[in-house]
Ligand binder design. Structure first.
Ligand SMILES: Nc1nc2c(c(=O)[nH]1)N[C@H]1C(S)=C(S)[C@@H](COP(=O)(O)O)O[C@H]1N2
Ligand SMILES: [Mo]
Length: 167
């Protein structure tokens, strides 16, 4: 599976990235404040659940560790929300420890809209449906709440090495 629905158009002036916690705290970054954060270069292989892989991809973006620095939470799970309505659930642990980014550059170029621009979640160690395109923010939850594909029979976790495809 690839993309559900049309690619939304988000002008940078309107773009924001949020993190909300279980206590209702909301952290948010404008494009400008997001770009002022430390930027990381990412080299990773990505795996789609329908069998294709792309090896040695290069990205630039902000580590979720950076975005979570001032976030105080006891939640174990996260739901990524995309502009356009797509959602996907990921254990918070999988987003931390240098394993997940909000990426805005691919192969040295701004991320194309078709591939999630202005910015997408990048979680290369899980199946690529977890890498939400046009990412808007992350909602922290106590329970693991199935997202779009997860509600349609795909695995809650999605580790390609364990072939966690379906639930
Ligand atoms: N917002 C959103 N993100 C999404 C999807 C989607 O339908 N909507 N599809 C996922 C799936 S199944 C895949 S394989 C990848 C495809 O990313 P690409 O279009 O850059 O190859 O995006 C993931 N992220
Ligand atoms: Mo996919």
């Amino acid at each position: 599976m690839l993309t559900a629905g049309p690619a939304p158009n988000i002008p940078l002036a309107d773009w924001e990235f949020f993190i909300t916690t279980e206590t209702g705290q909301r952290h948010a970054w404008s494009w400008e404040s997001f770009m002022a954060l430390p930027q990381a270069e990412i080299h990773a292989d990505i795996h789609c659940v329908t069998s294709w892989s792309r090896l040695g991809t290069s990205w630039r973006g902000v580590s979720l560790d950076t975005l979570f620095e001032d976030v105080d939470t006891r939640s174990g799970f996260a739901t990524a929300h995309s502009y356009g309505g797509y959602t996907t659930n990921v254990p918070l642990n999988d987003l931390l420890g240098g394993r997940a980014w909000v990426a805005w550059e691919f192969d040295g170029e701004p991320l194309e809209r078709a591939h999630g621009g202005p910015a997408r979640l990048l979680v290369p160690h899980l199946y690529f449906w977890k890498s939400a395109k046009w990412v808007h923010g992350i909602e922290l939850t106590q329970d693991d709440v199935p997202g779009f594909w997860e509600s349609n029979g795909y695995h809650l976790h999605g580790d390609p090495w364990r072939e966690e495809r379906y639930s």
